[in-house]
Design a protein around this ligand. Sequence first.
Ligand code: NIG
Ligand code: FE
Length: 419
Amino acid sequence: MTQKMFITNAAQLITMAGSTDGPATREAMSQLNLIEDGSLFMEDGKIVEAGPDKEIREKYQEHFQSAEQIDATGKIVAPGLVDPHTHLVHAGTRENEYAMRLKGRTYMDIMQAGGGIHATTRATQQASHEQLYDESKKRLNQFLLHGVTTVEAKSGYGLTLEHELKQLEVAEQLNNDHPVDLVSTFMGAHAIPMDEKNNPDKFVDRVIQEMLPEVADKKLAVFNDVFCERGVFTPEQSRRVLEAGKEYGLIPKIHADEIEPYEGAELAASIGAISADHLLKASENGIKKMAEAGVVGVLLPGTAFFLMAEFAEARKMIDAGVAVALSTDANPGSSPTISLPFIMNLGCLKMGMTPEEVLTATTINAAHAIGCASEVGSLESGKKADVTIFDVPNYLTLSYKYGMNHVDTVVKAGIPLVR
Ligand code: NIG
Ligand code: FE
């Protein structure tokens, strides 16, 4: 039995068609390929066609009786959102540090004193696989409720082979059990463990010699990420980790220029990273190099908001030709949110992006940032039937009525889940 579904009469059907070969840059970031009064026909979890309501009804008339139908009158229909940078799998929370920062302590100072990433590492090391699974699954449910159908998830709170594998195994199990798709990134180089503070190169050796081979052998990750930041990993150490990952087929990603300018964007370009993320302090030269090398800039305005820092210069990056994507950076320290729609609001109100650009940045460009643009990120024939319906009459209202969840229905692989 085939499973068929129509979504009909959308006030605006935002297809994002056209950027499957490479991410959208410059003017292409404003092209939504929007159909007014649009409809979508899906079969067996895949999109068959998106088009004007009248045309789709006529063309697929014979399927109408046997198909499930969702009437989207007065609503907008978009590709399921893609979050390309999260620290989904972790244990515990850090609201105590939030309170400390409100009184003037800084994020890096708390981390150097053994809190921050180290605090979550302790909690994650102590957690059983089941506990980690349960906590992370709750967050994944929340992602789905906010219209997100694909999520990248990093390790990096284990910092030993055993616990890094545990995090990645939890992500793998969630990917198997949960309707939201997960794409895994190994991030053994997320922090230098407190007891190896004075011997960072030894820890880098362990990441390269002990952890990377096992992660690759068990096929637990697609990407390899590193926190390149003063006081964490130097550009040289970061390069070593990313080069080593490439030997095992892991594609480089990088946490770059988050707190201080540190030539992270330049490193991303020269090493052929698929994305460079954060970029609050990226240099002009780094931005230029990223545009030339086709590195996607994954911007995380929730982190700037929550750390009370300056926002990344999205406008400058887009104008320089960088393909920009947006993400929550969901994690317990610098961005404890799962709301990608709120991140879209911040993109508009704090980074000078347009409502069209933030849609591109959370769909097709986000999919490019995690290498799955041939499957998700736009409503085009043959792609996964991952669709989010928002109960707003037009896409401008998504960021105009801010801080609210406008999700009406989420269809994942052709199955309506949230309604
Ligand atoms: O992307 N910057 C490094 N890593 C995370 C934060 C991790 C944490 O604070 O727990 C980030 O902001
Ligand atoms: Fe991050």
